[in-house]
Design a protein around this ligand. Sequence first.
Ligand SMILES: [Ca+2]
Length: 467
Amino acid sequence: MFYTFSNGQINLQNGSFEGPTPALGVPMWQSWWPTPDTQPGAFCVSLTPYDGNSYLGFGYNGISESIGQLLSSPIVKDQVYKFSVALSLSNSTVQFCGALPYPPYPGAFQIWGAKTVGGRSELLWQSDTIDHVGWVEYQGNFRADSNYAYIRLECLNMTATPQPIYLLVDKLSNFYEVHPELWYTSTETELGCTSTLTGKTDSIATEVKIKSRYLDTLNASYTLADTSWSVQLDYSSVKNCGLRKDTLVAIGYFANGYIAYDTMIVVLDCRYDTCARAQVWFISPLASDTINCSFLLEGKTDSLLTSLQLTSKLLGAIPTQLHTIDTSWSGTLSYLGVKNSCNVKVDTLLAVGNFANGEVATDTLVVTIECLLDTCLVLPEDSLKLPLPEEVLVIPNLITPNGDGKNDYFEIVNLALQHRVEIYNLWGEKIYENSAYQNNWQGEEGVYYYLIANDNKQYKGWVQVMR
Ligand SMILES: [Ca+2]
């Protein structure tokens, strides 16, 4: 991640503090009493310049030395600027050539924004505490709350009680307008149910938010000191997260109105399969539904199953189908052929789901079975219809008209509708006919043919009369 520089750049005049050494004041810079010096050469300072031939020696001895200048263009409110500067404490073995004690006390370098020459309106940047002898280049950035035409450079005592310090400064760069950047420093691409992601901004953000496909937008906590941020991600209530990738977009909001993004794609490895506790449940039928002899049972899980056992009290194990796209499952139940199933009236169904992470979830459903007859036995289609009267005529083939009250007449059982009956002898002669037969023919001993008919149907057969 690198800075991108816009055309906006504030040039400093003589940021390397070049000039005759040693001397009071620095060319191109205005000074205020007490006046800093160009170095090396004064106060026994002999450090080789970091850049060019000379550098700035800043003293603090109860009062800060300071210099400043009018900028090539103003520092713009809320704009972020980046710069660098080399800093060291005095390398003289006797501070101020013996005038003051040694070793040198730690100090800090300050850049102030100013509205007027020599003013100190806003502290724009302050270095870490400088307690080292030898050049170290520092990178810094600042954002001003107002526009400033001037800057003022100053050193600051960093001891608990004010002590003399001598701070060396070289190669203060121009101020470069920065378009802020934001990025992840976390490198994990597989996240557990809960994870912490960290990131950075290259300048001070006012806010960092994280957008996730599955979580509500999260506010990252931001550490101003090192422009870092971190965010806690909690997928534990997200179903099916084990199957998914999440796209995390970090958004940094900066005071100057800039918005910076970084995107990270992570695999959610939540206990292999799910962050939420595994669940299996019935969708159809509902417990309140009455079901028929055959029906489709449907269910769902909240994450992918490795297997599902569906068991019926009446039917035993039911084969099921698992659907991976929508994590649904189904099974066909048929009570056809199960005797007394309708007498039992209810069945208990148990679904046991096995998940990849080892979790097992169950659901039970009690169903009420409604069958057309008193059984779900398979019957021929005709048998399911109510019999019509003429189809169940019971026609005797033997009558014994002897007056004992049994089989005395040619009695046709279930003769509900009006029938015509004709009786023929063995020679084909009609010996009896009645168009509205009343079950009252007896006849002489012998064998006869009969014809029983109504408008729709007729029956032919023979009957023997024994006396
Ligand atoms: Ca220099």
